[in-house]
Design a protein around this ligand. Structure first.
Ligand SMILES: C[S@@+](CC[C@H](N)C(=O)[O-])C[C@H]1O[C@@H](n2cnc3c(N)ncnc32)[C@H](O)[C@@H]1O
Length: 218
């Protein structure tokens, strides 16, 4: 191995990051250090999302659950200059914070969407079973080759807190490209539902402590 590469490797080992990861950490810290940063995506998950988008050369990413914008910024950093990110959120105040925190050069690639969450059913589900998701999915921005499922959070409906899992994937089937990746963050109930009902469309692509990956197969 040439000496320069060896030295670079040693330097990366010592600092803990290679140059692209250093940039990634710099962006991540904008959100992690923000006073509203309590619910942001984990650092390990952020790194995995970044590398998956790079390795898969994903160009059109969708995020369900913007929060204050950490993953949206990371996805925008990962897609090439011609790539785009669509992100959807139920809380107006979160979107406002995201628009303040995400650096301008990344924000240019992001389209922000506000939507209430709602409960619905699907012909794929057993009769009577209901799930929840966003009322207005911006499917016109598809087909997507990377989808992050990280919302909606719980919401109030008819005086009760709604804890149904994230059902948007049921409505996104025909809007995700063949070979597209779905990254499910920390949503075990939702994952069980996807594996039970959507196995003809998505196959498991790996499972870690706090997240798992599905791949679109038909
Ligand atoms: C796990 S968070 C989404 C995190 C986001 N994907 C990210 O990359 O950081 C899920 C939901 O929590 C809510 N949420 C996140 N941060 C919040 C905050 N600081 N204040 C109020 N609600 C928040 C939002 O409605 C969001 O969609």
């Amino acid at each position: 191995m040439p000496l320069l590469r060896v030295l670079k490797k040693i330097k990366n080992k010592l600092t803990g990051f290679n140059p692209s990861e250093r940039k990634l950490k710099e962006i991540y810290d904008i959100f992690a250090k923000s006073p509203e940063g309590g619910w942001i995506i984990g650092w390990k998950e952020a790194k995995k999302i970044y590398h998956l988008i790079k390795v898969r050369d994903a160009k059109n990413a969708l995020e369900l659950g913007t929060g204050i914008g950490a993953a949206a910024a990371i996805m925008a950093l990962a897609v090439e200059d011609s790539g785009k990110v669509t992100t959807i959120e139920q809380k107006k105040e979160c979107l406002e914070i995201a628009k303040k925190l995400i650096p301008d050069n990344l924000q240019q690639k992001i389209s922000f969407h506000l939507s209430e969450p709602c409960t619905f059913t699907s012909p794929i589900l057993k009769q009577g079973e209901r799930i929840s998701g966003y009322k207005n999915l911006p499917v016109e921005r598809g087909p997507f080759d990377f989808v992050l499922v990280d919302g909606p959070g719980s919401f109030w409906e008819n005086g009760q807190m709604n804890h149904h899992p994230n059902g948007d994937l049921f409505n996104l089937i025909s809007h995700i490209k063949l070979g597209g990746i779905v990254f499910v963050d920390n949503r075990k109930v939702a994952l069980a539902l996807y594996l039970k009902y959507l196995d003809q469309y998505f196959r498991p692509g790996g499972s870690w402590k706090n997240y798992c990956i599905l791949e679109k197969i038909t």
